[in-house]
Design a protein around this ligand. Structure first.
Ligand SMILES: NC(=O)c1ccc[n+]([C@@H]2O[C@H](COP(=O)([O-])OP(=O)(O)OC[C@H]3O[C@@H](n4cnc5c(N)ncnc54)[C@H](O)[C@@H]3O)[C@@H](O)[C@H]2O)c1
Length: 335
């Protein structure tokens, strides 16, 4: 199925630029809608224009901005306050974008009878994840049960008050549920992707969000690196282009994916710890990264690995870029 105009909200950001590039290559039309609040994303405009995207400046919190949009036939919602530390500093702002703004886009989809893909997060799962028995090894934590494939969609969103989520996790969980609800109640074709660590080209990673990019940049520019915890925390990482292919596969086959919730990441084959990435970067030569260790941050998962069985078995998709290949691509893209 071809789309004349896919509205990518938050489309000037890292994931948006990757999705716009792949969508336009696959001959869909793209309208990027962004308020450019994220520092650095204006640099992506040159790429977006080169790919052939139309760019409209606006804010998903304001229905006036959405009302004046041209006719679009699908929405991908990536617009967000995407960082946990920022959500802790500004919880009301975080809610207004991540939950209320998302609801505004759902209303637009309801009025125009069009599908919405939503960028949810693994942070909808609370710190209860840290209760899964694990052991500490030299460079990383590992789960005691070596056959455990990772966190699937059945993991509870609500831990009955026992464990924190972070305000970011809460605002995203609200929007995540609203997308499910708009499918059940109003028949809006929605898909929820609960994504773990996504990294890649066009990212503007900083200490508080986009850690893999930030580590590579710190090594390139000889900047000090702050580590919260012991650095043995583990993530499954997915390269931006791989993620973009998935979003397009879902939109092109929306009748198969509508109403679904997926855990999305690099999966068990693409996991790294912070220390392992630091070791890898140090092997690139030059001065070693200067590390400073601090206490654990609240709501930080010790191990988060997505079980991607559901998303891979229901689609013609799987991750293709290994973490080391992806890091090398970021390295090569930086001056
Ligand atoms: N990068 C990851 O590892 C990751 C993991 C899980 C979920 N996500 C989610 O994926 C989405 C995209 O993340 P990203 O890494 O590309 O972040 P990003 O910050 O690069 O992109 C988000 C974009 O949204 C824009 N934006 C913010 N508020 C807006 C508003 N009110 N109206 C319009 N535009 C607005 C920003 O200017 C930015 O360009 C976010 O929803 C994020 O929560 C990202």
């Amino acid at each position: 199925m071809k789309y004349k105009k896919i509205l990518i909200a938050g489309g000037a950001g890292f994931i948006g630029t990757n999705i716009a590039e792949v969508a336009l290559k696959r001959k869909h039309g793209v309208v990027v809608f962004d308020n450019f609040v994220r520092p650095g994303v204006e640099e992506n405009v040159t790429h977006l224009e080169k790919f052939g995207a139309r760019i409209i400046r606006g804010d998903i919190r304001f229905s006036d901005d959405l009302d004046r949009l041209p006719k679009v036939d699908a929405i991908i919602n990536l617009a967000a306050n995407p960082g946990i530390p920022w959500s802790m500093k500004w919880p009301v702002y975080d809610f207004s974008v991540n939950a209320y703004g998302a609801l505004n886009l759902l209303e637009l989809a309801r009025k125009r009878k069009i599908p919405v893909l939503f960028a949810s997060t693994n942070k909808v799962y609370s710190e209860e994840i840290n209760e899964i028995p694990m052991v500490e090894r030299k460079t990383r934590y590992v789960w005691k049960n070596r056959r455990f494939k990772g966190i699937n969609e059945e993991f509870p969103l609500d831990s009955a008050g026992e464990y924190p989520h972070s305000p970011y996790g809460c605002s995203k969980a609200a929007a995540d549920l609203y997308h499910q609800e708009y499918f059940h109640i109003y028949g809006v074709p929605t898909v929820v992707n609960r994504m773990s660590c996504i990294y890649g080209l066009y990212q503007k990673g900083v200490e508080d969000q986009g850690w893999l990019w930030w580590f590579v940049e710190a090594k390139k520019k000889n900047l000090p690196l702050n580590i919260y915890g012991n650095g043995k925390q583990v993530r499954d990482a997915l390269f931006g282009t791989d993620l973009a292919e998935l979003y397009l596969e879902q939109l092109e086959n929306i009748s198969k994916h509508q109403g679904q919730v997926y855990n999305v990441g690099g999966g068990p084959k693409n996991t790294v710890s912070l220390i392992e990435v630091i070791d890898y970067l140090n092997k690139k030569g030059g001065r070693k990264l200067k590390l400073k260790f601090f206490d654990w941050r609240p709501a930080d998962h010790r191990i988060y690995i997505s079980d991607i069985t559901k998303v891979t078995s229901r689609s013609n998709w799987k991750p293709t870029t290994t973490v080391w290949q992806g890091i090398d691509k970021m390295w090569d893209s930086m001056e």
